[in-house]
Design a protein around this ligand. Structure first.
Ligand code: HEM
Length: 445
């Protein structure tokens, strides 16, 4: 065997099961949202333009006119946006708009190997959902807005009460309200620009950064080496079943230390972006300031003689809230050994929507509660498939989802929160890829 071939074989673990090329951004030790976008610009064959399927478009004149907000197109220039484009426009984008910006066919074949065929699972389901949306009851959207407003009010009230009468009960109540507020704000940052998305920033995290790491990366390339919600946690937490990325010993440590990571999710992102902005290019937004409105409010109302006491109290609330957010989020639906992660065998039908179904197990225990789904990343499978739809509307789409899944020999899997927590820890310890595709095995009872 030639030296090049030996080298290629030894590096085969760096390849993703859903792309031709290994993701470039993972070659560098520091993974960031910006390095992910830069890597995509290198890998996606978009030739400095926007790629949808095999066509290249120049949307420079459309960015500021985009009804969903300029951010989405502004950030994705030079990349392949096929899956995001398909999943964010359920009724479709008028062909006339696309034609106006068409430049030429791409020279290279697509890097991503999942398919979006006209009669495949996802596009069939999307056509049916678009039809159904003409008749769905839109009133649950009002209920979602109401719950979000209640959580915003509860956060502010408990923050003020914690400052006025410091005690752990008010602090935990403030932390819980803040965690739930941010998860319900997640419903909104997936949609066209709106005021509710800004409330995500009370956590110190930023909705625009999450539009990259969560909406454009995690939602599209779920559980793969292209998924920033996996890469950003490595090497400390690693769900990819691959011993090259994290050894068994390191995985045991990660199970033990993961609560610490949960508590750091909120503050660490702003800290990292601030450091990188000081030493390099600016990564901060004007709306990062929202994160500081809670401690300012506490300082204004607190009778405490020293401001450091109040700041410490706020940091405690942030850490507890971040812990709750991490516990809910990282155990919501994506990480049990039965769920597909990069390296696991994929079903023969590479439809993008079926891949989404195989990378998710829904939480069955919260299915009947609008409030719980909104605050616990519920209805996750439907949410991944149609991220711009309000969580309140999603339950009405189950009959169509079930019918289409059964036609494509697939099923919606559900387990409880406790099963997810146990499974997530087992997944952290898993180093061997699953050789049997989901459609050929039975879910462990
Ligand atoms: C990265 C790619 C893109 C993303 C993530 C994205 C995202 C979005 C979002 C979030 C909305 C609002 C949906 C809602 O709240 O209901 C939207 C609407 C829209 N987008 Fe995009 N978009 C992308 C690319 C494009 C492109 C390339 C075009 C046109 C060539 C386009 C045209 C439209 C139109 C016409 C609407 C309004 C659709 C409607 O109201 O039914 N988008 N987009």
């Amino acid at each position: 065997m030639s030296t090049t071939k030996v080298l290629q074989k030894s590096e085969s673990w760096k390849h993703s099961t859903i792309s031709v090329k290994p993701p470039s951004y993972r070659k560098k030790p520091l993974v960031t949202n910006q390095s992910w976008l830069k890597g995509k610009r290198l890998d996606d064959g978009a030739e400095g333009l926007w790629r949808i399927h095999d066509n290249l478009y120049d949307f420079n004149d459309f960015v500021s006119k985009h009804p969903g907000g300029s951010f989405w197109l502004d950030r994705t220039k030079g990349t392949d946006i096929t899956e995001s484009f398909e999943s964010h426009h359920i009724r479709g984008v008028p062909q006339a708009i696309l034609q106006k910006y068409f430049v030429r066919q791409a020279q290279q074949p697509r890097n991503y190997t999942l398919t979006l065929k006209e009669n495949g699972f996802y596009l069939t389901l999307k056509r049916r959902v678009a039809e159904q949306l003409k008749n769905v009851d839109q009133s649950p959207k009002g209920k979602t807005r109401f719950y979000h407003l209640i959580l915003l009010s509860a956060t502010l009230v408990f923050i003020v009460l914690s400052a006025l009468m410091p005690n752990i009960i008010f602090e935990v109540a403030a932390a819980l309200s803040l965690a739930w507020l941010s998860i319900s704000a997640h419903n909104y940052f997936h949609q066209r620009d709106n005021w509710q998305m800004y409330t995500f920033n009370f956590t110190l995290m930023n909705f625009n950064e999450w539009r990259i790491s969560h909406a454009l990366s995690h939602h599209v390339y779920t559980n793969s080496l292209h998924d920033l919600e996996m890469s950003l946690f490595e090497p400390f937490l690693c769900w990819i079943p691959n011993k090259h990325i994290a050894s068994k010993a390191r995985r045991i440590v990660s199970v033990i230390i993961q609560p610490v990571f949960y508590s750091l999710i909120f503050p660490i992102q702003l800290l990292q972006r601030t450091v990188r902005s000081v030493v390099g290019k600016n990564e901060l937004y004007w709306h990062d300031i929202i994160g500081f409105s809670l401690p300012i409010l506490m300082l204004l109302v607190s009778p405490a003689p020293s401001s450091s006491t109040v700041i410490l109290q706020w940091l405690r609330i942030i850490a507890i809230s971040s812990f709750i957010f991490g516990l809910i989020g990282l155990n919501a639906s994506h990480h049990t050994p039965e769920i597909v992660h990069d390296g696991d065998a994929l079903r023969e039908n590479r439809d993008w929507g079926l891949y989404q179904v195989d990378t998710i197990i829904d939480r069955g225990d919260i299915k009947n509660s609008h409030f719980m789904c909104l605050t616990h990343f519920g209805e996750h499978c439907l949410h991944h498939l149609f991220p711009t739809l309000d969580h309140g509307v999603l339950p009405q789409l189950y009959p169509i989802l079930m019918k289409t899944l059964s036609e494509f020999k697939s099923e919606l899997r559900e387990i409880t929160f406790l099963d997810h927590i146990i499974g997530q820890n087992q997944q952290l310890l898993r180093t061997k890829a699953n050789p049997i595709p989901v459609d050929q095995r039975k879910l462990k009872k």
